[in-house]
Design a protein around this ligand. Structure first.
Ligand SMILES: C[S@@+](CC[C@H](N)C(=O)[O-])C[C@H]1O[C@@H](n2cnc3c(N)ncnc32)[C@H](O)[C@@H]1O
Length: 353
């Protein structure tokens, strides 16, 4: 049963001794949702400059001392795991730009209970480390690729790295990081004409494709709802080449993608309607930024600092109290389209996508 939202976050009791070890209570919010999926941003730096994400000159990146150290990341993820998190996704920025990323994976895979470990990457640096990541305990990867046309890729990312991504995908597949998933954003007049080609390309290689609706998270604040390619429109475009049958069981749950069987299967394609059919009611996510802020939603207007207290010697119990307080403040939904919606100050790349 959802807990009434009238509870004041300041009324949350401090974590008890039992909660400092294995959690006796889930990481719940006031709507009864439970966070089990932690997104950890390893860095806000990126080696692409996707037009829908950031300006050509990049962004004022976080300075090294601002960023969590490996030890701090491992400590915080351990605390989250002890509070009921079962899935951890490493992201960024571009997570493969973090020095020591393989060692971070190795240390996270040694946690008890061991979380499922995944990574979202642009794939540019993946070929060189896919084997090491798999050996270190990474379970799966999602590679972001919005087009298979090299010229469109160059225009969209402002970098000439298409071949490296293709090699990265193949290396991930060979390393056993399967099923390899491909994430794509369709943008009107930019790459939407090529969504069917992208799907066919992924089908030929056994990669699972997921489209996500573009959200207002760009650093330039230029997102425009009317220009956005909706899930319905995307589906219609894909149906020009294939029969798409909604999987009866897709029922989404906390998995945001609506899955469609392609022709007679078994391959599927996912469409994540984050804007036109948000899945906030089933959200099970919580986020940790590279500079040590816990966020209860991509679109949260606030966040809680755990780096400062940690560096001042906070015990686990204090960090747990801060994390639980942040979850308690989680809103019912992201509010895109609501009259009072404002885009978060941090862009996607500095939150962790
Ligand atoms: C921000 S990136 C970070 C991880 C990594 N660098 C990568 O490219 O996968 C994560 C994902 O967010 C997606 N993304 C970025 N901006 C977005 C937006 N405004 N709406 C929807 N997805 C977005 C990217 O396409 C990418 O798939």
């Amino acid at each position: 049963m959802p807990v009434p939202h009238s509870v004041d976050p300041d009324d949350i009791p401090p974590a008890t001794t039992e909660q400092v070890g294995m959690s006796s209570r889930p990481l719940a919010d006031t709507f009864g949702r439970v966070a089990t999926d932690l997104r950890v941003s390893l860095t806000d730096h990126c080696n692409l400059r996707c037009t829908y994400c950031m300006p050509a000159e990049g962004l004022p990146w976080m300075a090294r001392p601002q960023m969590l150290t490996d030890d701090e990341i491992v400590r915080l993820v351990r605390i989250f795991v002890e509070q009921g998190v079962t899935k951890v996704r490493l992201t960024g920025g571009e997570p493969l730009l973090r020095p020591g990323v393989v060692d971070v994976v190795r240390r996270l895979s040694a946690l008890t209970p061991r979380p499922h470990l995944a990574m979202t990457t642009n794939g540019v640096g993946l070929a060189a480390v896919a084997d090491d990541l798999a050996a270190a305990g990474l379970d799966r990867v999602n590679v972001s690729l919005d087009t298979i046309d090299p010229q469109t890729y160059r225009d969209l990312t402002r970098r000439d790295r298409f071949d490296r991504v293709v090699a990265g995908l193949a290396a991930a597949h060979d390393a056993g990081l399967r099923p390899v998933k491909v994430n794509a954003v369709a943008m009107r007049g930019v790459n939407d004409h090529g969504v069917l080609d992208l799907l066919n390309w992924c089908l030929e290689r056994n990669y699972e494709l997921r489209f996500i609706e573009q959200m207002p998270l760009d650093a330039q604040h230029s997102w425009n709802r009317t220009a956005m390619v909706s899930a319905a429109e995307l589906r219609a475009r894909l149906e020009q080449g294939h029969r798409l049958t909604p999987l009866p069981d897709a029922g989404r749950g906390s998995a945001p993608a609506e899955l469609f069987r392609i022709d007679d299967g078994p391959a599927t394609v996912g469409i994540i309607a984050s804007v036109t059919a948000p899945f906030c009611g089933a959200c099970d996510r919580v986020r940790l930024t590279a500079d040590g802020m816990v966020r209860n939603c991509l679109f949260a207007r606030g966040e809680v600092d755990v780096r400062g207290p940690m560096r001042s010697g906070a015990e686990d119990s204090e960090l747990i109290r801060l994390i639980r307080g942040e979850m308690w403040r989680k809103a019912r939904g992201h509010g895109i389209g609501a009259p009072d919606f404002t885009q978060p100050a941090r862009p996607m790349s500095a939150i962790g996508g």
